[in-house]
Design a protein around this ligand. Structure first.
Ligand code: ASP
Ligand code: MG
Length: 420
């Protein structure tokens, strides 16, 4: 089986001890996929920005903070000061420092991946050493030798044939070992590090489970399983104990942040169950995602804040036609923007996207060279799957409706929050 542990499950020494307990309590071959510790990836992201902007002083202080954070964790975990984990971790930080002392390249995305990867490299090293220290026969694997991708840095696409061959070659469970490897990372055919998109470790777990025909993938989280809403928005959430692949894909697609959207398909294709479980209560069942069938499920709610609605119309008052749409989609795909909702009418095309500060001005400018464009920020997008009228009423309190889209199972509402 494949176990995936996210950032929260390795955020401090106690968390690492807890995950070690979970591994010890499970028999059989386990491939452990781990994310960066706690909020390390966010901190590395800040470092990438400072590196590219040449803000050396702030960069050094961020570097010192994250180094200290990792060293503190190992000091708590390993009583011996001469434990080999220290040399390994200090060497990794030395490597990171050398990269930061070079000049940035012309590609932000390339540099991003070369720096951001240290989060997972560090966490897996520390965990592997700790498992060994606890008498678990664990082995560290560099996933970059096995997951091959194209060179779309920050959003790399897996090259399945090569990956299949290399994973089977490198991940062999002889001698009853526990294998530990990094989520989120891959590399190009010429071995340049790539990443699979933020929160991509779930997807790594699915890719490896798929290739190795794993019995199941377990994603360990700080929530009881998949809930019908984010507890941040609702205090009476319900645990969905069973979920079909289809519903899981739809919920993830609409933005339920519980599982990375790309995770389900590789599992579904091989009929591998996905368990989402609490690392705080590992004895509880959590959610099982499989090929179950049912008619209906309790309504699920997905909230996305900070949305932008862009209204586009041709400058010459002509209709929105295929050639216009081609131009619009061209701009979006060049900027790698995901459309959360769109609506087409004779004279206007409307789309809703996340407000990304770096991308929005570029998109608006590009669209303005061909169309009349207006846009509105600060909106919210609410999706309800298996909706009914009472659920719609419930979410519309204090909201002004800007646009709505419904089909048989889903309703999507773009709203302005009047409470703001
Ligand atoms: N550490 C990466 C991130 O925070 C990947 C992951 O956690 O899945 O985005
Ligand atoms: Mg993470």
């Amino acid at each position: 089986m494949v176990f995936k542990f996210g950032g929260a499950s390795v955020k401090d020494a106690d968390a690492v001890r807890n995950m070690t307990g979970i591994i010890k309590n499970n028999d059989g071959n386990i491939l452990v996929v781990i994310s960066a510790m706690g909020k390390t990836t966010n901190s590395l992201e800040r470092m990438v920005n400072l590196f590219v902007q040449g803000e050396t002083n702030e960069l050094q202080s961020e570097f010192a903070t994250i180094k200290k954070y990792h060293l503190n964790i190992i000091q708590e975990l390993f009583d011996r000061e001469d434990h080999p984990v220290y040399a390994d971790i200090i060497q990794m930080f030395g490597e990171l420092e050398r990269k930061l002392n070079k000049a940035p390249s012309m590609s932000f995305d390339h540099d991003y991946d070369q720096i951001i990867c240290f989060g997972e490299l560090l966490s897996t090293k520390i965990v592997t050493h700790y498992l060994q220290f606890q008498q678990v026969a664990a082995e560290w694997k560099d996933v970059r030798f096995s997951i091959k991708t194209d060179n779309t840095y920050r959003e790399a696409r897996v090259q399945w044939d090569m990956t299949r061959e290399l994973v089977n070659q490198h991940f062999q469970f002889d001698n009853n070992r526990i294998l530990v490897t990094q989520g989120f990372l891959g590399s190009t055919i010429d071995n340049i590090t790539t990443t699979l998109g933020r929160e991509g470790s779930d997807y790594t777990g699915a890719v490896l489970a798929h290739v190795l025909h794993a019995e199941k993938l377990v994603i360990w989280k700080d929530v009881p399983g998949v809930l019908n809403a984010d507890p941040k928005w609702f205090d009476d959430t319900v645990l969905l104990s069973e979920l079909s692949y289809r519903d899981a894909i739809e919920l993830a697609y609409y933005g339920a942040s519980i599982i990375h959207p790309k995770t389900i398909k590789p599992l579904q294709n091989k009929n591998i169950d996905l368990h989402v479980k609490s690392f705080i209560h590992p004895e509880r069942e959590g959610t099982v995602i499989s090929n179950v069938e049912y008619e209906k499920l309790v309504p699920s709610f997905i909230f996305k804040i900070d949305q932008v609605l862009i209204r586009i119309s041709p400058e010459d008052f002509s209709f929105i036609a295929e050639d216009n749409l081609q131009t619009i989609f061209g701009v979006l795909s060049e900027n790698r923007v995901k459309i959360n909702l769109m609506q087409n009418s004779a004279l206007r095309f409307i789309l809703c996207i996340n407000n990304d500060e770096r991308k929005l001005p570029k998109i608006i400018d590009a669209l303005k060279s061909n169309f009349n464009v207006t846009y509105e920020t600060g909106l919210e997008l609410i999706t309800i799957r298996y909706f009914d009228e009472s659920t719609v009423e419930r979410v519309m309190v204090n909201k002004e409706l800007i646009m709505e889209h419904r089909d048989k199972k889903n309703i999507q509402l773009i709203v302005k929050n009047m409470a703001n």
